[in-house]
Design a protein around this ligand. Structure first.
Ligand code: CDP
Length: 231
C-alpha cells in the first residue's frame, strides 16, 4: 500500500512556527519543503544590495531579470537552503535589515508573479510542504491540505526575539514586536494576494500546543487526506 502524495499549504502571520511544522512534516513524509518567505527575503536582499528603487517599475523588472533563485538541500543541516545567483544567502536573509523591507518588496505585483510562477512549478509533482502567506489562497488553491496558523501575538514576539537574539544580541523585544506588527499589517492589507485564511483552510492556533502535540494533530489531518492506494 502506498499513500497519495499531496500538497500541504501552510499560511499565517509571522513567527507562528510555520517553518518548524513544515520542516517536521516534510521530513516525516519524505516530502520537499519550500520556504516561500525565503524567496521574498532573497529578492529583498538583492534589492538592498543593488539599491533597486521599489517605486520604479523598470528598475524592479530589470532587477528581477537578473535574479536566479534556487533551493539546494543541505545534507548536514537536513534542510533546503536558498541560493541567490549561486550564493547561499541563508546567513543574511533573516537579518533585521531584510525583515524591515521584505513586506514592501513582497507587495509588488511583479515580484509576486516572479515568485509564484516558480513556486507553482515546484508543486507540479506534489509531495511538497510550502509555507507562506498566500500558498493556500493563491499559489495552490487546489492543495489537498491547507492550514492557517495563528498564535498569540506576544508568544510570537518572544519566539522570534529568542531566534534573532542568537545572531544579534543587540536586538530588543520592542524592535521585534514593531517589525512583526508592521509586517502583519502590510501583509494583510496589501492589494496583491493579501494574507487571509482560505475558506477551506483548517485553523491551527498553537499558542498552547507543544511542538509534538501540534505535529501529531496535523499528521492526523494529513492521513485523512492521503487515502491508501494499491502500490
Ligand atoms: O518567518 P516569518 O513568518 O516571519 O516570515 P517569512 O515567511 O520569512 O516571510 C517574510 C515576508 O515575506 C512576509 O512578511 C511577507 O511579506 C512575505 N511573504 C509573502 O508575501 N508571501 C509568501 N508566500 C511568503 C512570504
Amino acid at each position: 500500500m502506498a499513500y497519495h502524495n499531496i500538497i500541504i499549504a501552510i499560511d499565517g502571520f509571522s513567527s507562528c512556527g510555520k517553518s518548524t511544522l513544515a520542516k517536521e512534516l516534510a521530513k516525516h513524509l519524505g516530502y520537499s519543503y519550500i520556504d516561500s518567505g525565503a524567496m521574498y527575503r532573497a529578492v529583498t536582499l538583492y534589492f538592498l544590495r543593488n539599491q533597486v528603487s521599489i517605486s520604479d517599475p523598470a528598475s524592479v523588472a530589470e532587477a528581477l531579470s537578473n535574479i536566479n533563485l534556487a533551493f539546494i538541500y543541505n545534507e548536514t543541516n537536513k534542510t533546503s537552503e536558498i541560493y541567490l545567483n549561486d550564493e547561499n544567502v541563508e546567513p543574511y536573509i533573516r537579518d533585521m535589515i531584510v525583515a524591515e523591507k521584505v513586506s514592501e518588496v513582497a507587495a509588488i505585483k511583479e515580484v509576486r508573479k516572479f515568485a509564484v510562477a516558480q513556486q507553482q512549478q515546484m508543486g507540479l509533482q506534489k509531495g511538497i510542504v510550502m509555507d507562506g502567506r498566500d500558498i493556500g489562497s493563491a499559489v495552490f488553491p487546489d492543495a489537498e491540505l491547507k492550514i492557517f496558523m495563528t498564535a498569540d501575538p506576544e508568544v510570537r514576539v518572544m519566539r522570534r526575539f529568542k531566534e534573532m537574539y542568537v545572531t544579534n544580541p543587540h536586538i530588543t523585544i520592542d524592535e521585534v514586536r514593531h517589525n512583526l506588527e508592521l509586517r502583519d499589517y502590510i501583509d494583510s492589507t496589501r492589494e496583491e494576494s493579501p494574507l487571509h485564511r482560505a475558506a477551506d483552510a483548517l485553523i491551527l492556533d498553537n499558542s498552547n500546543l507543544s511542538r509534538d502535540e501540534q505535529f501529531h494533530l496535523v499528521l492526523e489531518w494529513v492521513r485523512e487526506r492521503t487515502k491508501p492506494v494499491k502500490a
